[in-house]
Ligand binder design. Structure first.
Ligand SMILES: Cc1ncc(COP(=O)(O)O)c(C=O)c1O
Length: 450
């Protein structure tokens, strides 16, 4: 069936087998081959596949109503999910607006920030600073905030060109600074940029607290986070955390922001929030931002499927499952196990230059030279090749180019939060086989230890 003609197209021609079913951390194709979902799809399937309690809740909702337009009815699933989300997030974030995906969440966060600024008589504030590299989505607004050249370049003439500051990739720095000083150095780059642009033109700063697709689980030094919050406060700049990938427990806290005790002004969520059971996302904002906008005539924004009761019933069941099974805590615990295993790979594979991440959002990056951190030659297409070698062996991992999309190869290992230590060992055994095969194929040296 794999070779059956297809009328579908996505990014590229990429023949894959037909999916049959999923179960826990595993997916099975129609030939019966089993795959470990080592990246939860695209960091989505956080509670694993085919969870019977979530499916039962969705079925119960389906039997009642699958759609009730939000201007015509309130629904219990959307109200209950909003309440649960607020209860699980840091104090101060207390109003929720639902969407169907990550790009929609990012766009909604930025538009809420803009409308709030207008209520404050700050109509000159229109610039949103983000980081390079970064990933915030593919729709035009979100793409303008994304730092990944191959996705952006074809559309560049059609984009406003929102300002960027460097992502805090301190593992590439060859200076003599301490990690703390490096964190502050990158935060000051934001301050300098705000001053240069004119603070009264800067609306918001958007950042992934732990990087995702474009940087490969990049974690900044601890000092960065608090200083960025201070800088935003100093200039009245709204701090938006894009937690589309990191939110809903992925990093071992419900929001990654909690690792540093930061309360952003707006948080964007998706991916693990619906966990693959329904297209679902949200922004969570301070009521001090939302109320003035509602008082001034309302939020001029919305999507047809926002607050869809079926999607919200799935989201509610997902969050309850996380709570009842202690999955956020498991992500922290298993994240430590996984990180230890990934670090050990560096003994055997000298072409792994860095291992990083938080909780079960982890990554490793290939380099030609650990001293200079020079990437492997782009022509090797290492990021694509290792993914194929792992896939052939029944392991799904996720990769991108690290250095702005044109060079560098990183691999995200982000299994469902239900994973156990024996399952991590099983996943690592396949990964080592794939790494050995890659090294042999391109003639890279391999050491003894594993
Ligand atoms: C941090 C982040 N923001 C936004 C998005 C866009 O989400 P979507 O693809 O659901 O529009 C993604 C998707 O990978 C993401 O990782």
């Amino acid at each position: 069936m794999t070779n059956a003609p297809s009328y579908l197209f996505y990014q590229s021609r990429n023949p894959r087998p037909f999916l049959d079913y999923g179960e826990g951390i595993y997916l099975f194709d129609e030939t019966g081959k089993r795959y470990i979902d080592g990246s939860s799809g695209a960091m989505v399937s956080s509670i694993g596949h085919s969870n019977p309690r979530v499916l039962a809740r969705m079925k119960a909702q389906m039997d009642k109503a699958t759609f009730g337009y939000r201007l015509h009815f309130r629904t219990h699933p959307s109200e209950d999910l909003a309440a649960k989300t607020v209860a699980m997030t840091p104090e101060g974030l207390d109003r929720v607006f639902f969407v169907s995906g990550g790009s929609e969440a990012v766009e909604s966060a930025v538009k809420l920030a803009r409308q709030y600024a207008l209520t404050q008589g700050q109509g000159t504030r229109h610039r949103v600073i983000s980081r390079f590299p970064s990933y915030h989505g593919c729709t035009f607004g979100a793409l303008d905030l994304t730092g990944y050249d191959p996705l952006r370049d074809p559309f560049a003439p059609m984009l406003e060109g929102m300002p960027k500051v460097p992502a805090p990739a301190t593992y590439l720095d060859r200076d003599t600074l301490s990690e703390e000083a490096r964190g502050l150095k990158y935060a000051e780059m934001l301050r300098d940029r705000i001053v240069e642009l004119g603070p009264d033109t800067v609306l918001a700063f958007l950042m992934e607290p732990v990087g995702g697709a474009s940087t490969g689980a990049l974690v900044a030094p601890d000092s960065y986070y608090g200083r960025v919050r201070e800088i935003c406060d100093e200039f009245g700049v709204i701090l938006i955390y894009d937690e589309v990938m990191t939110g809903a427990g992925r990093t071992g806290k419900f929001l990654a922001a909690e690792h540093w005790g930061i309360t952003p002004d707006i948080v964007a969520m998706s991916k693990g929030f619906g966990a693959g059971y329904a297209p679902l996302g949200a922004i969570i904002a301070r009521s001090t931002l939302v109320e003035p906008v509602l008082d001034a005539g309302g939020f001029a924004h919305g999507f047809t499927y926002a607050g869809n009761p079926l999607a919200c019933s799935a989201g509610l069941a997902v969050l309850e499952e996380m709570e009842q099974q202690g999955l956020v805590e498991n992500a922290a615990r298993m994240g430590r196990v996984l990180m230890g295993e990934l670090r050990a790979l560096m003994d055997r594979y000298p072409f792994i230059g860095d291992v990083r991440g938080k909780g079960l959002l982890t990554a490793f990056e290939f380099v030609a030279d650990r001293q200079t951190m020079e990437p492997l030659p782009p022509r090797l297409d290492a990021h694509a090749r290792l993914v194929e070698l792992a896939y052939e062996r029944g392991l799904i991992i996720y990769s991108r180019r690290t250095r702005g999309g044109t060079a560098g190869d990183h691999f995200l290992i982000a299994p469902p939060l239900i994973i156990t230590a024996p399952q991590i060992a099983e996943m690592m055994a396949i990964l080592r086989e794939a790494l050995d095969a890659f090294a042999a194929e391109v003639g890279l040296p391999v050491g003894e230890a594993a």
